[in-house]
Ligand binder design. Structure first.
Ligand code: Z57
Length: 828
């Protein structure tokens, strides 16, 4: 043993102090200590929030010893780790997750009971950190959970937005956004480290200078901000491992303060402060439709530059940068962090004075890129003008990367000008701009899509020239979800049933769910499974009642569509089905008594500027008000749209669902991850041949999945032939009646103008072929109704869905990334 870095000799100082809370007495003592000495209140005068804080801190204290140990272990081992770069982490509530990971659940429950405290009341206090929009952000949260559980060294890097995804409310059925001040009452889970702040610079110009006979370039920036790290623990499941999520918050630099203060301009000083703090102020609420706003690029560079610096500073003195790829892989979660590529080049070439080629070798090995979309409008581009103004040196570096890339392309394919124009990182139309996906593809050691179909289409349709140019660069890693949060925590009833049947171990080895297949044949297991589902519905009903005054009727099939509101996801198709059912009753063609009772639940936020999406939200609410209030329906159809769908609500909704709606136009949904959560909780899917639905159906079998709609090649063929939505409208009576009913003003108090744009959009544009897939969808829904009549057979299918979806654990996704891309084995 070498001396302790501080020179400490006391035995207690030589290793992290063990956590104090692994007995009931210990938990109570630590809880009261936190309540009294951290919150400054006696139990008798404490608020729910005080108790939540003290409780969370007690769980946190237990994990802390492991965290300190793991950070040290990772530093000492100098093993290769993953730096996950993501602008979003949609974490959901932390308390239950951390309680589960620490294994303190029973002790904590006993301790709180002895203090006369209801844990539920404390749970309800936690505001979930909604630092993401949807699938991409939630995926990042699942991935860091799995990496900690696998024991892989990982730091998640991102932004500590002061305001996460907006809180959605409805006024007269229309979406109204409220700020999400999730930090209003503070958070027990974060550890600010202002002393470890990084200075991040922007703007200015570049200049060349003579460096002992070598001409070099340097960036002379014009302004700067501080990036202050906030650390969050990411505990593995019952394995004593704790990784770190490091989110950056912006502050004004002292330098800025001083300069302005000395000039005596107080107002200017305050303005500078506000300006700097704006960078991490708010999450951009657009999902899959980048806005091209300057502040957004500032956010991206801010967190990526801080993260790269942070990592480089953690390396030992005298580290040979040629060995960087043996120590780190920067995984780019979509194009949002791609500005990290020229940033690392700038550091290596301008600051560390490496040769360009050597720097480029290193950089290429240190980055890998995940693409999450196929929508052309979702592919990020930054105008050269804007990028050059904010990051002049980075623009020069991007130009040079592109120049050398195009030379190589020319060598390989000859003077094929069209191909060169198509592959250039710099686009020329409609304005000169940087294509971030191309930059990521050129720079990354690997490029992956997020489901088999998506990865194939990425190679064939989006980046075919790149696939040809870089054999072996493209790969697939199918998404996954963490079974800890989305099975164990959200569905305790099912979890207990599974453990009773196949024992423990499945939560970290989800393929073991296969062992449930034989239980599908066991009538008493089916009965237990069905009663868990029924109990989950009652639990959901309680939550919806308390939250929104909504009711889930007994005996109804629960048909759920929850995801961001986007035209390609086709909430309109679901709505046309509901209106069709409704119209068939009120027109008298179908007796209400013959309709399978169904409750349709929607959850969806629309980007605040997405007009079509917001109109669809309005229409869902309008249809709900009419259908739910119409006595002729005899309560057999119900439409519920609880506002502010988020992770917390998802955890209640998904385990209660019978039917999962995954109905995007084939070729548009990259993967989907909600689809996996539903199947793992025993909902059957009605879905198109899109994204990960394809893989779900392959695994669960055609008998246990309701497939409908065109395939991706059929969609292509129909576009090629010329798609006329009005032909489909004319050809299908049910469709015409449903559309006509909406157009008649039946859902808008007789005012035909309110939803006229929705109807016209479908009739004359219909970019996502809602009308083309309508008849097939309705036929599939008829099969759903028929299948639901035989409850026992339905349950049999539901069990097989659970048993066959172990593949969709994010632990498996992480193993795939490790094997195909990262080469970062667990640290044992
Ligand atoms: C986002 O949530 C996704 C893709 C994007 O390009 C952006 Br921006 C945000 C989603 C996809 O739409 C889903 O299909 C996918 O499952 C998810 O990312 C995770 O890969």
């Amino acid at each position: 043993g070498s001396a302790h870095p501080t020179g400490a000799t006391h035995p207690l100082a030589l290793a992290p102090v063990a956590g104090p809370a692994s007995t009931v007495d210990g938990f109570v003592r630590q809880f009261l200590r936190n309540l009294n000495y951290e919150r400054g209140v006696p139990l008798s005068a404490s608020s729910d929030n005080d108790r939540y804080f003290a409780f969370a801190m007690t769980v946190r204290d237990y994990l802390m010893a492991r965290w300190l140990e793991d950070v040290k272990r990772q530093r000492d081992a100098q093993a290769k780790g993953v730096a996950y770069l993501s602008a979003e982490y949609l974490l959901g509530r932390q308390l239950d997750n951390n309680l589960l990971a620490s294994g303190l659940g029973d002790i904590a429950a006993e301790a709180m009971a002895a203090c006369g405290i209801d844990i539920e009341d404390m749970r309800a206090q936690e505001v979930e950190p909604g630092l993401g929009n949807g699938g991409l952000g939630r995926l990042a949260a699942c991935f860091i959970d799995s990496l900690a559980t696998l024991g892989v060294p990982n730091t998640g890097y991102g932004i500590r937005y002061e305001y996460g995804i907006f809180r959605q409310t409805f006024q007269d059925g229309q979406q109204v956004e409220q700020p999400d001040s999730w930090l209003k009452l503070g958070s027990p889970w974060e550890f600010p480290h202002p002393e470890a702040a990084q200075t991040i610079t922007f703007g200015g110009h570049t200049e060349t200078y003579d460096d002992e006979g070598v001409t070099r370039t340097r960036w002379v920036p014009a302004w700067n901000v501080l990036a202050v790290p906030y650390n969050y623990m990411v505990p593995g499941y019952l394995n004593g491992r704790v990784n770190t999520l490091r989110l950056w918050s912006s502050r004004a630099t002292n330098e800025f303060d001083l300069r302005v203060f000395n000039s005596g301009d107080y107002e200017e000083a305050v303005r500078a402060q506000t300006f700097a703090e704006n960078i991490s102020k708010v999450l951009y609420p657009e999902d899959s439709t980048p806005q091209g706003k300057e502040l957004r690029l500032q956010q991206q560079y801010f967190f990526v530059a801080a993260s790269i610096k942070d990592f480089l500073e953690s390396l030992p003195e005298g580290f040979d940068l040629a060995e960087l790829p043996e120590r780190i892989i920067f995984q780019l979660n979509d194009t949002h962090p791609v500005i990290g590529v020229p940033e690392l080049m700038r550091i290596l070439v301008d600051e560390k004075k490496l040769e360009w080629d050597a720097a480029w070798q290193i950089t290429q090995q240190c980055f890998a890129y995940t693409c999450h979309t196929l929508l052309p409008e979702a592919l990020e581009v930054w105008s050269v003008d804007l990028l050059g103004r904010l990051l002049p040196r980075h623009l020069e570096i991007i130009y040079r990367i592109n120049e050398e890339f195009l030379i190589a392309v020319r060598e390989r394919f000859g003077d094929d000008e069209l191909r060169l124009r198509n592959m250039s990182i710099i686009g020329e139309f409609p304005e000169r701009s940087v294509r971030m996906a191309f930059l990521a593809t050129v720079a990354g050691s690997k490029v992956n899509g997020v489901a088999e179909l998506h990865s194939q289409l990425l190679r064939d349709k989006v980046l075919p020239d790149f696939d040809e140019f870089y054999p072996g660069k493209f790969t697939n890693v199918t998404n996954g979800v963490t079974p800890r949060r989305f099975v164990r925590l959200s569905n305790p009833g099912l979890s207990e049933l599974i453990t009773d049947a196949i024992g423990t171990g499945w939560l970290t080895d989800l393929e073991r769910l296969r062992e449930l297949e034989v239980y599908a044949e066991d009538p008493s297991f089916r009965e237990s499974f069905a009663s868990v589902k029924a109990a989950n519905k009652r639990r959901l009903s309680e939550v919806l009642h308390a939250r929104d005054g909504l009711e889930v009727s007994d005996g109804h099939m629960l048909d759920v569509m929850v995801k961001r509101l986007h035209e390609y996801k086709r909430q309109m198709l679901k709505l046309l089905h509901i209106v069709t059912e409704y119209e068939s009753i009120v027109s008298g063609r179908v007796a209400a008594g013959d309709v399978t009772p169904r409750t349709f639940i929607f959850g969806a936020k629309a980007a605040p500027g997405y007009v079509n999406a917001k109109r669809i939200i309005h229409l869902i609410n309008a249809v709900g008000s009419v259908v739910n209030a119409d006595a002729r329906v005899e309560g057999r159809l119900k439409v519920l749209f609880p506002p502010n769908y988020n992770v917390t609500l998802a955890e209640r909704l998904i385990p209660a669902a019978d039917l999962s709606e995954q109905i995007s136009l084939a070729g548009k949904e990259a993967s989907g991850t909600g689809n996996m959560k539903f199947a793992l909780n025993g909902a059957l899917t009605i879905g198109t041949d899109d994204g990960a639905n394809v893989e779900i159906r392959e695994l669960v079998g055609d008998d246990n999945f309701f497939l409908f709609g065109q395939t991706e090649p059929e969609v292509e063929a129909l576009w090629a032939k010329g798609y006329k939505p009005s032909d489909f409208y004319q050809a299908d009576d049910g469709l015409r009646r449903a559309m006509d009913l909406i157009a008649s003003g039946a859902f808008s108090g007789g005012d035909r103008s309110v939803f006229e744009p929705v109807v016209s959009n479908l009739l004359y544009d219909d970019r996502f072929m809602v009308l083309a897939d309508y008849s097939s969808y309705i036929a599939a829904q008829a099969k759903v109704d028929a299948a639901y009549q035989d409850q026992d057979a339905w349950t049999h299918s539901a069990i097989l869905n659970v048993a066959r979806c172990g593949f969709f654990s994010s632990d498996r996704s992480m193993r795939d990334y490790i094997e195909r891309i990262w080469h970062t084995p667990p640290l044992l």
